[in-house]
Design a protein around this ligand. Structure first.
Ligand code: HEC
Ligand code: HEC
Length: 402
């Protein structure tokens, strides 16, 4: 008899566990698990980090000015492209395209702008080390805005003089003779570079300073685009308040079990962690892609004239810790990309750096199949994938935007 009970004991305990979980799934969180899920909640999001390289990051006037620039299509060769062409506010500042489209088609997918200022590195490959230096990148890209920094300077002088001067001080004197609109060292066009090199160093410096300040205003705006509490955050709040009734109403059983997988057996939290669900670091998840990712981003950020240590940064060199202590191991970073935030992820297919995967289901199937040097989740069943998906869907919320 005793032997019989002992053999079926695991089954009894298992059933009891199920009943227990059925009646009160919330009590099933251990103390450590609770600490973990709280670390993912927006309530744990620290205040916006300061950017010592941008003296205007916290200036509301700069943010207001940046917002105008963000939506202004005149900063493009065909007067049809603004930042908002690809970063559409209603869909977490993305465009639902696999590869972004401006003046031409880019080779990567548009990234969402959600709490971007919490990152140390920007773009999929981290080739920029500040939001302001990032913001001026697309302007001179031939496939994005197709514009030049000199055209930017002229546009500011013509259309935004008062607003610019109220924030950044007097504009320098430049005209079309001292600064030909097509002059630029950053477009990859040799004629534009020759024109740029024919300009006086002081005029080049003036243009660069206006250009950097445009970036600083854009960054002040973009840094204010933040997530608001989603169903998941409200669930954590209810669990923390010991209110299982409310918690169960907010998140269904599948989503709760998906959360358990996310922080446990599926190991997603190894990279998608913190309140923005990203470790802001670079990884290879096993996608087959010709893109070298971070291996190209490292030399680019080190050589960038607009980096933290450069002439147009407001930081003291000792404040540029990330850049000074950057890991230069290119081999380690070959084919790696920045871990994207999972906030609002359900709202913005397709997925991955070149939009390779169409749906969340495809992403989860991919994770199960792929064994990269950093991910390996072979033991996920079909229903586990459905649960993970249900959980990912609880991370959506409207953004707060100035
Ligand atoms: C043609 C479409 C397009 C336009 C126009 C565009 N972007 Fe982007 N944006 C992208 C793409 C694509 C990426 C990722 C590029 C990469 O990794 O190489 C990106 C990345 C970013 C990022 C990085 C986010 C992160 O987490 O690293 C920010 C910030 C950003 N863009 C802001 C802007 C601003 C500000 C403007 C206007 C000056 C702008 N973008 C114009 C498509 C665009
Ligand atoms: C080793 C780090 C790592 C682990 C572990 C990991 N991810 Fe990712 N995740 C990434 C990186 C990096 C990308 C972008 C990859 C790319 O584009 O090449 C990504 C992309 C995604 C995307 C697409 C988001 C977008 O906007 O394109 C989703 C969704 C996602 N991961 C969910 C998960 C889930 C669910 C798990 C657990 C099963 C998981 N990840 C495990 C690092 C990781």
């Amino acid at each position: 008899m005793l032997k019989k009970i002992l053999t079926i004991l695991p089954a009894i305990l298992f059933m009891a566990g199920l009943v227990y979980a059925e009646t009160d799934p919330l009590q099933a969180w251990s103390k450590e698990e609770l600490t973990t899920i709280r670390s993912l909640s927006l309530a744990s999001l620290p205040p916006l980090p300061k950017d010592p390289s941008n003296a205007y990051a916290a200036d509301p006037k700069a943010a207001e000015f940046g917002k105008k620039l963000f939506f202004d299509k005149r900063f493009s060769a065909n007067k049809k492209v603004s930042c908002a062409t690809c970063h559409i506010p209603a869909i977490s500042f993305t465009d639902r395209l696999a590869l972004a489209k401006g003046m031409g088609r880019t080779t990567r997918r548009t990234m969402p702008l959600i709490g971007s200022a919490y990152n140390a590195w920007f773009f999929w490959d981290g080739r920029k080390d500040s939001l302001w230096s990032q913001a001026i990148g697309p302007i001179e890209s031939s496939v994005e805005h197709g514009f030049t920094r000199s055209m930017c300077a002229h546009l500011i002088l013509d259309k935004y003089r008062t607003e610019y001067e109220a924030i950044f001080g007097s504009l320098p004197k430049i005209d079309h003779a001292s600064c030909p609109p097509k002059a630029s060292p950053g477009t990859g066009n040799p004629a534009a570079a020759r024109l740029w090199n024919s300009m006086k160093p002081a005029d080049r410096d003036s243009v660069n300073r206006i250009y950097a300040n445009i970036g600083k205003a854009l960054a002040a705006y973009v840094s204010r685009i933040l997530p608001q509490p989603s169903a998941f955050d409200k669930y954590v709040e209810a669990v923390a308040a010991n209110d299982p009734g409310t918690a169960a109403k907010i998140m269904g059983r599948d989503a709760v079990e998906g959360l358990r997988l996310f922080i446990g057996r599926a190991k997603c939290i190894n990279c998608h962690n913190g309140p923005l669900f990203t470790n802001s670091s670079f990884h290879h998840v096993g996608l087959d892609s010709p893109d070298r990712g971070r291996a190209e981003g490292i030399p680019k950020v080190l050589a960038d004239e607009f980096n933290c240590l450069g002439r147009y940064s407001d930081a003291k060199p000792e404040q540029c810790l990330e850049l000074r202590f950057i890991d230069r191991d290119l081999k380690k970073y070959e084919g790696t990309f920045k871990t994207p935030t999972l906030r609002n992820t359900a709202e913005r297919p397709p997925y991955m750096h070149a939009g390779q995967l169409k749906s969340l289901r495809d992403v989860l199937r991919f994770y199960r199949m792929s064994a990269s040097r950093e991910t390996d989740h072979p033991d996920l069943e079909d229903e586990d994938l459905l649960k993970l998906e249900a959980f990912l869907r609880t991370l959506s919320s409207p953004l707060s935007q100035p």
